[in-house]
Structure formats: structure tokens, C-alpha cells
Write a protein that binds this ligand. Structure first.
Ligand SMILES: Cc1cc2nc3c(=O)[nH]c(=O)nc-3n(C[C@H](O)[C@H](O)[C@H](O)COP(=O)(O)O)c2cc1C
Length: 266
């Protein structure tokens, strides 16, 4: 069946009370001056930061990007205003070269890489099976910081996926167990009913088994980019594993056994 007006406005939609006034909808195609002013203000907010500690490759507390990430991540977790420090944008690409992105929660990170978990039939999983590379982007807006991590992707073992599953809150397990992620649903109620059936089946204490379609991946960082706005200047540091310490005629600002550190134009 196609997507017709009758099935979009199906029986699950609540009827508007006859007394309710219909508000005119402003065209989203025309930006008024007011909208533009809001955008300008956002821009100027983002460049005035209290964070006076600027990023310098030689005075970094650590030149290991994993340790630097951990420091920033912990600071984000305790930062007022950052509600989900674990949320990041995951960018993938299909074998036809079509990119896509979405928010996912990082399930852990260590010297091997960043763990993510999802349904194996989701678009992101299919992309990563076809093109095993991904780009992660953490943006902690109240801190004026972002971190981009690019690298190859490996599918983790079933045992590792089970470990991640066990760490999820029960409510999240129920949703992931009930969800055929990315499949079209005929109604919201349909999904609510499915979840309720599972709730009754498992009760309060029976462990919810991992959805067999739930898999985990590891993204192995090959490039890290740390971006921080301090004072009125954005700093961008790239940690890369290139062989050559000179790129585009610029010698790296610092190095470790594993990483070359370059400053990038913001
Ligand atoms: C805060 C937040 C965290 C999320 N975490 C995950 C996650 O860990 N795994 C996942 O598959 N989807 C997660 N989602 C849902 C995805 O953003 C997305 O809607 C879904 O995975 C389908 O993406 P895809 O069709 O591109 O594969 C999360 C959404 C939000 C808003």
C-alpha cells in the first residue's frame, strides 16, 4: 500500500476539538530578519567562552589522544548542561557512496576503540558491513568542544555484544528487544502492544535476553580531531598516524611513538 493521505491520517490520529483555532503556518522557506538575528546571536555566543585554557600541542596534559579524550569526556559528564555526554553522531557510507548520519550512544571506549551497538538490519549496520569505516562526532555544546574520530570498523563478537547488552538499562533492553529497527510500523500502538506483551512475559526480574539481531561494532581511531573554542579563537588539533611528519610543507607540532600532532586552521 502506498503512503496516501488516508493512511497517514489514520484512525490513531486524535481529532482536533471543533473549538480549537487553527493557527496559520509560517512558510519555512522564507526567513524573516528575526530568524537571521537569532542565528547571528548563536554564532556570537559560541565564540565567547570562559574557557581560557587554549589547546597547545606542547603543553597538553597528555599527548595520548585516548587519554585526552577520556579527560574531555569526564569533564563533559560532570558539566552542567551536558545531559548525555555519551551521545555522538555516527557517520557511515553505503557502497554506492551515499552518506548518512544519526545519533548513537557510545557503549564504551578503550585502547582498541569506540564501541557502538545496534540492530544488524539498520541502515548504519548495513553501511558498516559494506564499507567498514565510520566517523564519530561528539559535540559538547555547553563546553564549546567537539571531538571527531575517524577509522575502520570491526564487528565485535557475540559475547562482546552480550556484555554491552547487559550494561543497558532494562527499559532500553525492552525497547531494543521489541524493535525491528528501521522496519515500517503501522502504528505507534502496535509497538506499545508489543512492548507490553514482552513486559508481561519477562515480568520484573527475568533477564531480558539480547535481541539476536543486536550487534556491536568497534571503531578503531586512525584520526582524532579535538576542537575547542577558547577566548575568541577556535583551536583544532589533529592526531594522526601518517608516516610523514611533514604534511603540506608543515612539520608536526608534537609527536609520540604512535601519533603526530598537527594544528589545523579552524
Ligand atoms: C540519544 C540517542 C541515543 C541513541 N542511541 C542509539 C544506539 O546506541 N543504537 C542505535 O541503534 N540507535 C540509537 N539511537 C537511535 C538512532 O539515532 C537511529 O534513529 C536508529 O538507530 C536508526 O538509525 P539508522 O536507520 O541510520 O541505522 C539513539 C537515538 C538518540 C536520540
Amino acid at each position: 500500500m502506498g503512503c496516501t493521505a488516508s493512511n497517514v491520517n489514520g484512525s490513531n490520529h486524535q481529532k482536533r476539538p471543533s473549538s480549537a483555532k487553527v493557527q496559520p503556518v509560517r512558510s519555512s522557506l522564507r526567513l524573516s530578519n528575526k530568524d537571521t538575528a537569532i542565528q547571528d546571536r548563536r554564532l556570537s555566543n559560541s565564540i565567547s567562552s570562559d574557557n581560557e585554557e587554549y589547546l597547545d600541542p606542547n603543553s597538553l596534559t597528555t599527548k595520548d589522544p585516548l587519554l585526552l579524550f577520556r579527560k574531555w569526556f569526564e569533564e563533559a559528564q560532570y558539566s552542567e548542561g551536558v545531559h548525555l555526554a555519551t551521545s555522538m553522531t555516527l557517520g557511515t557510507c553505503s557502497k554506492k557512496g551515499i552518506p548518512s548520519s544519526r545519533i548513537v550512544g557510545v557503549k564504551g571506549f578503550d585502547s582498541e576503540g569506540f564501541k557502538i551497538a545496534t540492530n544488524k538490519y539498520s541502515r548504519k549496520a548495513l553501511d558498516m558491513m559494506e564499507v567498514p569505516h565510520a566517523s564519530l562526532m561528539f559535540y559538547w555544546e555547553p563546553m564549546n568542544r567537539m571531538v571527531r574520530i575517524d577509522g575502520p570498523v570491526d564487528l565485535l563478537t557475540e559475547e562482546q555484544a552480550v556484555e554491552i547488552w547487559k550494561s543497558l538499562p532494562r527499559a532500553a533492553q525492552l525497547i531494543h528487544y521489541a524493535s525491528d529497527q528501521d522496519k515500517y510500523l503501522s502504528s505507534r500502538q502496535d509497538f506499545i502492544d508489543r512492548r507490553r506483551r514482552l513486559e508481561n512475559e519477562f515480568g520484573d526480574s527475568t533477564p531480558i535476553p539480547k535481541n539476536p539481531d543486536w550487534v556491536a561494532f568497534n571503531v578503531r581511531p586512525e584520526k582524532w580531531e579535538f576542537y575547542q573554542v577558547s577566548s575568541d579563537l577556535p583551536d583544532r588539533l589533529l592526531f594522526t598516524k601518517e608516516n610523514d611528519a611533514t604534511i603540506d610543507g608543515v612539520f608536526c607540532q608534537a609527536r609520540t611513538n604512535d601519533w603526530l600532532i598537527f594544528r589545523l586552521s579552524p
